[in-house]
Unconditional design. Structure first.
Lengths: 503, 162
C-alpha cells in the first residue's frame, strides 16, 4: 500500500524531536488564541510568518497548521464558558454550549466539544491523506484555463462564506485582486501603481495587509465597544465526564458533523466556519428523542455536531491547498505565503518534489490532535484562568507583536508605515460592514489569476470561449454559477442572513 | 431620496472611487488585446468591474427595505489614533528618522513607548500596571525574538551600541 508507505515516511518526519516541539508550540499557541476572544488564527499566523524564516520549512508549516486547528479547539472553551466566540467558527457553539454551562453542565459540554474535535480531526486527516494523491493526479491535467476557472469557483465560494451583503463581499474580492496587482508586472517588467516608491515595486506585503486589517482593525473596533459584563463560569467546571445518556446523543451527532465538515472543507471557500453553521442546521433538522433538551437550551448535540464539523473542515481545507495550490480560505492564503517564503511553490508538484514535507505535515496533524485533546481536557483549568486576563493587558501585547512581526518581514520601517495605513483601512471596513476575509483571498489570488488568464488567452489567441469549450474548465465555472444561484435563491438567502445574524 | 443604508452607501462610494482610480491608472500602461495582454489589461478590467459593483451597492443602499438607516455610528477616534500612533512611534524607535535627526532608539526603548501609547487608547490607563506589562513584554521579546529566533533588530539605542 502506497498510503501506508507514505504515512510511515510522514510519521518518521513528524516524530523527530524538533518537529514534535514545533507541533506542540503550534497547538499551544492555537489553543491560546482560540481561547482569547479578539485575536484569531489569521492575525496570529500573519504575526508569526516572519519568525518562521529561520526554521526548516517542514517545522514552520507544522507549527502554522497547528495554530489553525488548535484554534478550533480553544474557541469552543470560550464559547461554552463565556458565551463569546473565541473563534469565529465557534459562533454556533455558544448557543447550546453556554446554556449547558448555565445549567451546571459545563464539564460535559467541554468534553463533548473536545472529543468531537478529536474524532473529527483524526477522520479529517485520514481523508486528507487518502484524497490528496488522486486529486493531485487530476491537477496535472489542469491547464491555465482550468486554473483560472478554479480560482473563480474558489472566490465565489469565499463569497458564500462572507457574512452580510453578497455584493459587498464580491467587491471586496475584486478590491483584493486589484491590490494584489500592485508592483512589478512579471511579463512586461512595468511597475504598476507603485507611485515611484521603490518599496512598492515588490508589491504590498500580504503580512502587512493581514496584520493591518485583521490585527489593528479588529483591536480598534474592539476598543470602541464598551466592555460588557461577562459572566464567566470558571468555578463551576466540575465533573468533565458526560453521562451515558450524553454519549448516546452526541456520538451520532459527532459522526454527522465530521462527514459534513469534511465535505464542506474541501469545497473552495469552505473551511471551519461554514462547516459549523451547516452542522448546526443539520442537527436542528433531525428529530428529537423524547425527553431531549430542546435546541437553544443546552442540547449536547448542538455542541458536538458543530465542533466536530469545524475541526473536520479545518483539516480538509488543506486539500485544495496541498493538491492544487489554491487556498480555499484566508488562513490557507497565509499558508501559501508561508510556503513561498521557504521557496516552495504550492501546487500538485509539492507531493512529488517534497514528499517529506507533504506527508510530514499530514502526519503531524494526527500528533497535533492527540496533543490538543490532552491540552484541552485535563488541562482545561489553565485556559480558564486565561479568560480572566483583562483586555487592557492583551491589546498592547498584540499591537507590539504585530509591529515586531511586520518589521522583521523585510527588516525595514517602510512596512511599519504601511501597516499603519492598513490599520486605518481595516477599521474603515469594519465601520462600513465590509468583511475583510475575501479581500485577503483575492489579494493572494490576484497575480495567479492574471497569469493564468493571460496564458489561457494567449493559447487560444484571444478567444474567450476557451473557458467553456474545455470540459474541466466549463464544469468548474458551471459549479461556480450554480453556487451563486443557490446563494441567491430567496429561501436560502434569508436563511443565510439569519445564520450570520446570530453572531 | 433617502439613504436607507448608510453603511452600504458609503461602502459603495468607496468601491466606486477605488475602482475608477485603478481603471484610470491602468490606462497609463499599455492595455493590449486579449491574446497579448499588456500590463494594463487585467487592472482595467477589474477597475471597471469594481466601479460597477460599487454603483450597484450604492443603488441597493438607496432602495433597501430597512427602516433603521443602518447608520455607520460614531467613529472611535481615540483608539484609532493611539493604536496607529503606537505602531508608528515604534517604527521611529527602531529605524529613527534621519531626515529630522531622530536617532534609532532600539527595540527595548520602543517596547516601553509602544505599550504606554497603546494603553492610552483605553480610558483609565494606570502607570504602574502598564509599566509592569511593558517590562514583561520587553523581557519576553528579548528572549523570544533576539535570543531564540535571532531576528535582526536594533535592540539598544544607536548611541550606546555605536
Amino acid at each position: 500500500m502506497d498510503l501506508i508507505a507514505n504515512l510511515s515516511l510522514g510519521f518518521s518526519v513528524a516524530f523527530t524531536p524538533i518537529n514534535l516541539l514545533y507541533a506542540f508550540i503550534g497547538c499551544v499557541l492555537g489553543t491560546l488564541i482560540g481561547v482569547l476572544p479578539g485575536i484569531g488564527p489569521v492575525a496570529t499566523i500573519a504575526m508569526l510568518l516572519p519568525a518562521t524564516y529561520a526554521l526548516p520549512p517542514v517545522s514552520a508549516l507544522i507549527m502554522l497548521a497547528g495554530i489553525y486547528y488548535g484554534a478550533q479547539y480553544g474557541g469552543s472553551t470560550t464559547a461554552i464558558l463565556v458565551n463569546l466566540p473565541g473563534e469565529s467558527s465557534s459562533v454556533v457553539t455558544c448557543i447550546d454550549g453556554y446554556q449547558m454551562a448555565r445549567k451546571g453542565r459545563a464539564g460535559p459540554a467541554l468534553a463533548a466539544a473536545g472529543m468531537g474535535s478529536f474524532f473529527a480531526g483524526c477522520v479529517g486527516t485520514l481523508i486528507l491523506a487518502a484524497f490528496a494523491p488522486p486529486l493531485t493526479e487530476l491537477a496535472f491535467k489542469f491547464g491555465p484555463a482550468e486554473y483560472f476557472a478554479l480560482m473563480v469557483l474558489g472566490l465565489i465560494g469565499a463569497v458564500v462564506l462572507a457574512s452580510g451583503s453578497l455584493l459587498k463581499a464580491i467587491a471586496m474580492i475584486v478590491l483584493g485582486l486589484l491590490m494584489g496587482l500592485v508592483g512589478t508586472d512579471v511579463n512586461s517588467g512595468v511597475a504598476r501603481f507603485s507611485f515611484d516608491i521603490p518599496e512598492l515595486t515588490d508589491g504590498i506585503g500580504f503580512v502587512v495587509i493581514a496584520m493591518g486589517v485583521f490585527g489593528y482593525g479588529e483591536i480598534i473596533s474592539n476598543l470602541a465597544q464598551p466592555e460588557d459584563d461577562r459572566e464567566v463560569f470558571t468555578a463551576k467546571v466540575t465533573g468533565l465526564f458526560p453521562t451515558k445518556e450524553d454519549f448516546k446523543n452526541m456520538a451520532p451527532a459527532m459522526l454527522r458533523g465530521t462527514f459534513l465538515g469534511s465535505a464542506l472543507g474541501i469545497l473552495p471557500g469552505g473551511g471551519a466556519l461554514l462547516a459549523a453553521f451547516a452542522a448546526y442546521a443539520l442537527e436542528k433538522k433531525i428529530k428529537m428523542k423524547p425527553g431531549e433538551v430542546p435546541f437553544g437550551q443546552g442540547n449536547i448535540r448542538g455542541v458536538a455536531g458543530p465542533e466536530s464539523a469545524n475541526n473536520a473542515g479545518a483539516q480538509t481545507s488543506f486539500i485544495p491547498l496541498l493538491t492544487l495550490g489554491i487556498p480555499p480560505n484566508a488562513v490557507m492564503a497565509l499558508m501559501v505565503g508561508a510556503m513561498t517564503i521557504h521557496n516552495i511553490q504550492p501546487g500538485p508538484q509539492v507531493m512529488t518534489s517534497n514528499p517529506e514535507l507533504f506527508w510530514g505535515l499530514i502526519a503531524s496533524m494526527w500528533i497535533g490532535n492527540a496533543m490538543l485533546i490532552i491540552l484541552n481536557l485535563p488541562l482545561i483549568g489553565m485556559w480558564i484562568k486565561l479568560l480572566t486576563v483583562p483586555y487592557r493587558y492583551l491589546f498592547p501585547s498584540i499591537v507590539l507583536f504585530c509591529a515586531i512581526g511586520v518589521y522583521s518581514t523585510n527588516n525595514n520601517t517602510f512596512d511599519v508605515w504601511t501597516v499603519g495605513i492598513f490599520g486605518v483601512i481595516g477599521y474603515l471596513f469594519v465601520k462600513l460592514g465590509a468583511e475583510p476575509a475575501p479581500l485577503l483571498l483575492g489579494f493572494i489570488l490576484g497575480p495567479m489569476m492574471e497569469e493564468n488568464l493571460r496564458r489561457a488567452l494567449l493559447l487560444s489567441r484571444g478567444d474567450w470561449s476557451v473557458f467553456v469549450t474545455r470540459p474541466l474548465s466549463a464544469g468548474l465555472l458551471a459549479a461556480g454559477l450554480l453556487l451563486l444561484c443557490i446563494v441567491l435563491l430567496p429561501s436560502i438567502k434569508n436563511k443565510r442572513e439569519e445564520a450570520f445574524v446570530e453572531d | 431620496m433617502n439613504i436607507k443604508s448608510q453603511k452600504d452607501f458609503f461602502a459603495g462610494l468607496m468601491f466606486m472611487g477605488v475602482g475608477v482610480a485603478f481603471a484610470l491608472g491602468a490606462t497609463n500602461y499599455s492595455v493590449g488585446t486579449g491574446a497579448r495582454m499588456g500590463p494594463g489589461y487585467f487592472p482595467l478590467m477589474l477597475g471597471v468591474l469594481l466601479s460597477v459593483l460599487g454603483a450597484a451597492i450604492i443603488f441597493g443602499a438607496l432602495v433597501a427595505k430597512r427602516t433603521d438607516g443602518d447608520k455607520i455610528g460614531k467613529w472611535a477616534f481615540k483608539p484609532l489614533f493611539f493604536i496607529i500612533a503606537a505602531n508608528l512611534i515604534f517604527g521611529v524607535c527602531l529605524g529613527g528618522l534621519p531626515s529630522v535627526g531622530i536617532p534609532a532608539m532600539g527595540m527595548m526603548f520602543g517596547i516601553y513607548v509602544l505599550t504606554f501609547v497603546a494603553s492610552l487608547a483605553e480610558k483609565g490607563m494606570r502607570i504602574k500596571p502598564t509599566f509592569i506589562l511593558a517590562t514583561a513584554l520587553a523581557l519576553i521579546s528579548y528572549v523570544a525574538f533576539v535570543k531564540v529566533l535571532k531576528l535582526q533588530f536594533p535592540v539598544w539605542p544607536a548611541f550606546i551600541t555605536g
